[in-house]
Design a protein around this ligand. Structure first.
Ligand code: FE2
Ligand code: FE2
Length: 493
């Protein structure tokens, strides 16, 4: 160690254990990474001591921005990890010496209090985002589950180009209220990212793929660890935000379908990326067409049919294209194709849509048909949509994918409002985990037979049987939540 301390940084080994010689780029990164951690320490300290407008704070933040920019000028993103007293920047370990020892320790401890083990910085980060994040780091950590609490607080801010990850002990509890909150946060952030990307493309501003990729990774993580919560959020249908919530819902459904079909994590990520951007071509359509109330004329419909091809073109224009997998891009082109080769766009040479395209088509068809949109006054109940998708071949969905979708959501998907044989009104909150009981989901009873609200709502497993083996409760039919003034999303938050 003493030898390390006296060595000039340029000669220091990349990792203390392995000691391979550093490349010139690694040495640069090590130097810039060290500057960045020092600048973080300076900014944290300044924000602790002085008000925001104080000159010391302004200067510390300028140094921090410059230090981050120095790394980002050479890298796609910055990943700062703090592991067992050491800092790594994009996997290069920063050399610890007498001069850096105290400063690294300060920053490390500041992060560790909140259970943070990783900080990511993306292109486009703004000063306000740094201030928001660092002020949260300076704030007192929550007593219980500090990382989950920090993640939640950060999610309430407008920070998009900075992200945190847990330290080794900070993984959130995958069940309960916290899990629901984290799912909700992930959902809201993904809507914001989709809005940002699509608006950027519409006004011709360069759009970074980084936050989009990051958001899709978060959705994949949520589907893998917290599926019921994140799928439940697809029922939060916000009419004003239709384009964006629709994209996020299609992403969630597609990833959950991919999981059901046995995809690995990387495949799920590519699928999710394609799904989130499947309608990106709509940003090239006239806004009046997108927002039109009432049915489209034949001409307008034809114009609308350009969005898959336009989508593919938009994706070619997005920054970070080299990292955009082609099969994710094809989803935009293929999601309105039918398996019998009808639908649109028409290929000159006959070709089957890819599996990604067929999955997103099902997710898209389901979400579009069950959501109230500008040109669809009355959405269909979810169970009718599923039956139609399964039983009407003219709809052109891949029957195996539809089958997988139904086995994932149940016949009555989460968010369906149902009337029970007791004349109670209930909302489906979870598919029955037993594949034999797809028609018997878990529901929450909202109104008693006389229409009086049940407070708090009672949860029932419809597969429960009485002494004679008959189900205690069953569904008579689905109904329209609006008839009862129910906002289904309220029961998932
Ligand atoms: Fe579309
Ligand atoms: Fe769509």
């Amino acid at each position: 160690m003493s030898e390390l301390m006296t060595t000039h940084p340029a000669d220091a080994p990349r990792h203390a254990q392995a000691s391979p010689l550093l490349t010139a780029e690694d040495r640069d990164l090590q130097r810039r990474g060290r500057d960045l951690v020092f600048a973080l320490a300076g900014a944290l300290r300044a924000l602790q001591l002085y008000p925001l407008e104080n000159q010391a704070v302004v200067e510390a933040l300028s140094s921090l921005e410059a230090a981050a920019q120095a790394v980002l000028g050479h890298e796609d993103e910055i990943v700062v990890r703090y592991v067992g007293d050491f800092f790594f920047v994009n996997d290069v370990r920063l050399r610890q010496d007498l001069a850096s020892y105290a400063t690294f320790g300060q920053v490390g401890r500041a992060l560790e209090r909140h259970g943070i083990g990783q900080l990511e910085v993306f292109h486009g980060v703004e000063r306000g985002e740094w201030t928001a994040l660092l002020s949260l780091v300076n704030a007192e950590p929550a007593e219980a589950e500090p990382f989950a609490a920090f993640f939640d607080r950060l999610g309430r801010t407008a920070v998009l180009h900075l992200a945190v990850g847990p330290g080794r002990d900070g993984e959130p509890d995958p069940t309960g209220d916290k899990a629901r909150q984290i799912a909700k946060r992930t959902y809201a952030q993904t809507v914001a990212v989709a809005r940002d990307a699509m608006t950027g493309l519409r006004i011709g501003r360069g759009v970074s793929l980084r936050p989009v990729k990051r958001a899709v990774q978060a959705i994949v993580d949520q589907v893998l660890t917290n599926e019921a919560s994140i799928v439940g959020l697809t029922t939060l249908r916000d009419y004003d935000e239709y384009t964006f919530t629709h994209s996020v819902n299609v992403c969630i459904f597609s990833v959950a379908l991919g999981k059901k079909l046995g995809f690995d994590k990387h495949q799920l990520y590519e699928l999710g990326l394609g799904a989130l951007l499947h309608d990106v071509g709509k940003v090239r359509m006239r806004i009046e067409l997108i927002n039109k109330e009432g049915p489209l004329t034949a001409d307008e419909f034809q114009e609308m049919q350009q969005h898959p091809a336009e989508g593919l073109l938009s994706l070619f224009e997005m920054r970070g294209l080299s990292e955009m997998p082609l099969r994710a891009m094809l989803v935009a082109y293929e999601h309105h194709m039918k398996v019998d080769q009808t639908g649109y766009p028409q290929s000159i040479r006959r070709r089957e849509p890819t599996l990604f395209g067929r999955i997103v088509a099902v997710a898209d068809g389901f979400d579009a048909a069950t959501t109230k949109r500008s040109y669809q006054a009355q959405p269909w109940p979810a169970d009718k949509v599923l039956r139609e998708m399964r039983d009407n071949p003219a709809r052109g969905f891949d029957p195996l994918v539809v089958k997988a979708f139904i086995s994932m959501t149940g016949i009555y998907p989460v968010g369906s409002v149902v009337i029970l044989d007791t004349y109670e009104l209930a909302v489906v909150v979870q598919a029955n985990p037993n594949p034999e009981a797809l028609h018997q989901p878990i529901v929450r009873v909202l109104f008693d037979p006389l229409g009086v609200p049940v407070s708090p709502p009672r949860t029932l497993d419809l597969s429960e049987t009485d002494a004679s083996g008959r189900p205690r409760h069953s569904i008579i039919k689905t109904t329209d939540p609006e008839r009862y003034g129910i906002n289904v999303g309220d029961y998932f938050v």
